[in-house]
Design a protein. Sequence first.
Length: 440
Amino acid sequence: MIDGDTEAASPNRRCSRRDLNALTSRRFELSIGANLVTDILRAVYFWIYLLALSLPVAAQNASNQKTLLAAELPRLSNSATASLVTYTPGEELYQAFGHSAIRIQDDSLEMDRLYNYGTFDFEIPNFYLKFAHGDLLYQLSVTLAQEEIPLVGAHGQGVTEVILSLSQDQKQQLFEALEYNLLPENRFYRYDFILDNCSTRPRDVLERIIRTRIVEKNAGHLTFRQMLDPYFARIPWTGFGLSLLLGANVDRIADPREACFLPVDLERAIENAENGRVKLTTEKREIFPPGTLPQTPIWLSPFFVFVGGGLGWFFWWLLRKRGHASWPTAVIFTVFGATGLFLLGLSVWSRLTVLQLNYNLAWLIPTHLLAGIWLFLSARRPPLVRWYFWFAAVEGSGFVGLSFLLPQEFHPAVYPLVALLVWRSVLELTSPGMVAEEID
């Protein structure tokens, strides 16, 4: 019995040892896990501690840098003036919306400096890629006002100047702030088309001096897109192209402060602003009147070209009373699809908010590219292809009728293009399955 009991108990004893070993191993793993979590938390706390220490140090360094710079700069005389200089739109695309700059003039110091936040370098590698992605750095630069302003006026841009009503201390603070921004480590900034540009930067620096928000009091009822539209009246094809690129983020109402993203609106806001209990400006003078810029005739604008061309094509086809060739449809679907694919990639890839949420993809559908390629390569119309043309016709018609419900405003020239695509889709649905030999 004793031996039998011993033998019977032996397996249980062995099981207990396995359980004990497993329990010990599990405790060891838990201990390692706890230690690992503790080490990670300690590392996180350590870096937070270092960050907390570095922020005051960085702020102190910036403050010391400003103090040292202020000690090196000359004191402006009582006759010194500070002003906002505004250029009207010019002929080049980068001049299309005008420009803003701050001028510090002190004849006793033989100083006449023009601070310009809109400088960029065309020679920088991958310029257009960086611009589209939102990585292009603009910078603050300074030129001699008596040299730049006549040059701008000679090229047909109007130049106006509003004299700022600042105290002597405020003029000095503005001068020092601009010179501090001009330092190599401070002069660059990441450009944003509507939120951070050559007009918003002067607004920001002036707000810090007068400690008051600068707003365009008459704004607040137009979207960013609606504020931009008048600038495209003379360059309608450029306006059409940009309207395809700009997404729904420019279709929200610009508040009175954001409206200062355009130079003329910044100038108007500053004229109506106050510095304490007095007006911020004392005088406005026109240095150069705006010249006459070339205008595109209205009948050559995208809307009239597309409407006229589309109607002419339709009635020509109607009067011929013949079949149709599929290659024009293939061209339309290929162009629409390729453009949509480009816009989709750009809106996803770019960091610029103005290029994101682009509802032009509701009619420039990327898959149209596949339909276009099919039409180029085959005369067959399998069920899937016929279904796709039904989809294109119905979706295009729906877009024309219901696009006003979308949170984006579309260029008027879009609608004749969509109507053209719907018409060609219907023609493909009536095709007997073979490409007509006659030229459409």
